[in-house]
Design a protein around this ligand. Structure first.
Ligand code: ADP
Ligand code: ADP
Length: 213
């Protein structure tokens, strides 16, 4: 199964993806997580991406497309995957189609998580991310059992530098202008499903599985 999780920053894409990969044996491919790994490792890509990420701007398409091309060529992606945070522009979606076509593959579903901007700000500002697995907790809505420690793998939780109210507003603007049109790109194929992303995480997960059939 090849899925795209779509929605604004803080919509719950990563949270829901972590749940689904525990049930389906496929990897979550989060371009945000991969970019943060590059930054921590100090690779040329990480250095180049840093300024864009810290300012809430999208990293240029050519860098992202090359990075995803490498990731999709890895063995574990052979059985399927959840793309989380990619494609984020129409040129990225076109490039993904090219990569899939080479393999005789296609995307099965695009799941769009709908969350109003007012909820988004509170979610992102209170988000605490695991340094090792990328899982997101929230200080109020999804607190860890032990303060500062990820429930999934015991990793250290931290607050991302771009998870401030001002940066989220820039990212929402990027979403509206560059990313939202990607949903229309897939719409005509009849594979897009919209899911209300507000309410309990478990309830959203139930709706998401319903949309997968
Ligand atoms: P969120 O989960 O809040 O939506 P991500 O972790 O997906 O944020 O992304 C963090 C940052 O990484 C983005 O603001 C952007 O700078 C960069 N980024 C991640 N994925 C992409 C992408 N597909 N295209 C361009 N930039 C990206
Ligand atoms: P995305 O990957 O779309 O950027 P995340 O999965 O990181 O979003 O979720 C953003 C924040 O919102 C996290 O702190 C997460 O714990 C929290 N969150 C996720 N789903 C819900 C929900 N249904 N209700 C309240 N908070 C949520």
């Amino acid at each position: 199964m090849r899925l795209i999780f779509f929605g604004p920053p803080g919509a719950g894409k990563g949270t829901q993806a972590k749940r689904l990969i525990a049930e389906l044996d496929i990897p979550q491919i989060s371009t945000g997580d991969i970019l943060r790994q590059h930054r921590r490792a100090g690779t040329p890509l990480g250095v180049e991406a840093q300024g864009y990420m810290d300012n809430g701007k999208l990293v240029p398409d050519d860098l992202i497309i090359a990075m995803v091309g490498e990731r999709l060529a890895e063995d574990d992606a052979g059985v399927g995957y959840i793309l989380d945070g990619f494609p984020r522009t129409v040129p990225q979606a076109v490039a993904l189609d090219g990569l899939l076509k080479q393999r005789g593959q296609s995307i099965d579903r695009v799941l769009v998580l709908r969350v109003p901007d007012t909820n988004i700000i509170a979610r992102v500002v209170g988000r605490r991310v695991c340094k090792s697995c990328g899982n997101a907790h929230h200080v109020e809505f999804n607190p860890p059992k032990v303060d500062g420690v990820c429930d999934l793998d015991g990793g250290e939780l931290y607050q991302r530098a771009d998870d401030t109210e001002a940066k989220v507003r820039v990212r929402l603007d990027e979403y509206t202008h560059n990313t939202a049109p990607v949903a229309a790109y897939y719409e005509q194929r009849g594979i897009v499903r919209e899911i209300a992303g507000v309410g309990l995480i478990d309830d959203v997960f139930g709706r998401l599985k319903g949309a997968l059939g």
